[in-house]
Ligand binder design. Structure first.
Ligand SMILES: Cc1cc2nc3c(=O)[nH]c(=O)nc-3n(C[C@H](O)[C@H](O)[C@H](O)COP(=O)(O)OP(=O)(O)OC[C@H]3O[C@@H](n4cnc5c(N)ncnc54)[C@H](O)[C@@H]3O)c2cc1C
Length: 456
């Protein structure tokens, strides 16, 4: 089907149209939910490829998981009712208000993930970015792509004794990247060429052993991960909700075991109960951090006055979490979007606009992003658009506030359930056509993906 045919078919007769910002795990899943019910889904994606954090966040040693997720996203997005709009960023190439209001879509789903690093909570930290301080998202993006011949993004030099500020799974990955790079370089100097993905699968210690190299003799000191609470509090494993005391203790033991493995297998130092409180700087360059020790009281890290220590390092990476990018028109509360209902992802003051996946859950986890995306999009299709059987949603029960917010949504749904008119569909088709032309996209998702594989 040609570009014009596909766009003409979109506006042939009034229909439901859902616009989706982001084409990765949750965006593709939501698009599939819509398409399966005969709703046209317009997937607006800022990058040429739609894989989001699977390609740019998950370190590339997750090769099997990556391939599996790429395949699933491709399968979802290839549906004929899905209009993929690559290289189009809401907030830059399209205004949020244009998509949310002027297009007159049945609903707008924000599946745009968390691409902004949570700012390091240290006074004036931002002025050191690129001057001794790096944030996690840019660093992992570099690691995943720098070996591609056409990579033209920022380049980072890994130095020994770097420090990582964090404690969650992503910070563990950052620390692993640092040590893998350091040991690969050291092994290369001794005449051993190792593949970084293979070394991650085996572990640094075991790789050295196989090569009959003493890792202690390589002269690598390795990186250090600093965490503000105790090792047993690290958010690398999570108890079920409503866990018993015994289950909580088990989770703590799992965390300690995981960090033990990290130390043994990847030679990473972990220092707990330390928070950065100030810079060590010279001529505007960050040369280190002043840490204050903490004690954990009622689950909170309480700073111990008079316990400051200064630690110097040539590379400091902040990996304390990712939050949604700010987009003009979307209300924020602190670092997050402002939702009236966290179960349905309803954004405050924006009828018909819902957040879903990582942007809503805040959990850096594929399974959670996918199941949350399915849940919210099924709900939008059934309850909000009034298509299909409304699920026996427990959202109407529970807290008074949640029920009230939900009732408001349902009232508004009555107004918004009408199909999108042909006039509006023509506006949408024209806007998509313009973006397709700018990107050189011809309406065939499979052909586009084939033409946009990273060079090797
Ligand atoms: C270092 C690291 C390690 C991880 N390891 C694991 C792991 O081992 N297991 C696991 O389950 N999960 C892991 N995750 C998390 C997992 O990758 C994500 O939770 C999941 O992929 C999120 O999916 P999503 O679709 O909700 O968001 P994203 O993948 O972030 O997708 C959002 C999409 O929206 C697009 N977008 C953003 N803004 C705009 C805009 N304004 N306009 C248009 N498009 C936009 C983006 O380009 C992207 O394609 C890890 C993450 C990181 C960073």
């Amino acid at each position: 089907m040609g570009t014009v045919d596909k766009l003409q078919r979109l506006s042939a007769e009034p229909r439901h149209v859902v616009a989706i910002c982001g084409g990765a795990v949750s965006g593709a899943e939501a698009a599939a939910v819509c398409a399966a019910r005969g709703i046209a889904a317009i997937v607006i994606e800022q990058n040429p490829r739609p894989y989001g954090k699977i390609e740019d966040g998950l370190p590339r040693w997750h090769d099997k998981l990556r391939a599996q997720e790429y395949a699933r996203i491709n399968e979802n997005l290839a549906h004929e009712l899905i209009y993929f709009v690559p290289e189009t960023r809401i907030g830059r190439d399209l205004d949020f208000a244009e998509v949310a209001r002027e297009w007159g879509v049945s609903a707008l789903l924000m599946a745009n993930g968390a691409w902004r690093d949570r700012p390091l909570p240290m006074e004036d930290a931002e002025r050191f970015v690129g001057k001794g301080l790096i944030y996690q998202n840019a660093f992992v993006h570099w690691f995943n792509h720098y070996e591609e011949p056409n990579y033209d993004g920022p380049r980072y030099e890994v130095v020994d004794e770097a420090m990582v500020i964090g404690g969650g799974l992503a910070s563990v990955d950052v620390a692993k990247i640092l040590n893998l790079e350091l040991y690969r370089r050291a092994l290369r100097d001794k005449g051993h060429e190792v593949d970084i993905v293979a070394m991650e699968h085996k572990g640094i210690t075991a790789t050295c052993k196989k090569l009959e190299v003493d890792p202690d003799a390589l002269g690598v000191k390795g990186c250090t991960l600093y965490y503000r609470r105790r090792v047993k509090d690290m958010p690398v494993a999570f108890p079920k909700s409503g866990a018993t005391e015994e289950q909580l203790r088990k989770t703590e033991a799992v965390r300690e075991k995981m960090i033990g493995i990290l130390r043994d297998k990847f030679r990473i130092r972990v220092i707990d109960c330390h928070v950065p409180v100030g810079p060590v700087e010279e001529d505007g360059q960050l040369l280190g951090l002043r840490f204050r020790k903490t004690e954990v009281k009622d689950g909170r890290a309480v700073e111990v006055e008079g316990s400051d220590v200064e630690v110097r390092s040539g590379l400091i990476i902040s990996s304390i979490g990712s939050v949604p990018e700010r987009i003009e028109g979307i209300p924020s509360k602190g670092e997050l979007y402002d939702y009236t209902n966290w179960d349905t992802g309803t954004l405050r003051g924006l009828a018909g606009v819902f957040g879903l996946g990582n942007v809503l859950t805040g959990k850096g986890n594929i399974k959670d992003s996918r199941s949350n995306s399915r849940e919210v999009s099924e709900l939008v299709v059934a309850d909000y658009l009034g298509l299909g059987e409304s699920r026996d949603s427990d959202l109407m029960e529970g807290a008074h506030a949640a029920a009230q917010a939900r009732a408001e949504e349902l009232a508004e749904s009555a107004i918004r359930r009408a199909k999108v008119s042909r006039e509006k569909l023509e506006v949408i088709a024209a806007a998509i056509g313009k973006r397709w032309e700018a990107a050189g996209y011809e309406g065939d998702y499979g052909a586009w993906i084939d033409a946009h594989r990273p060079a090797s």
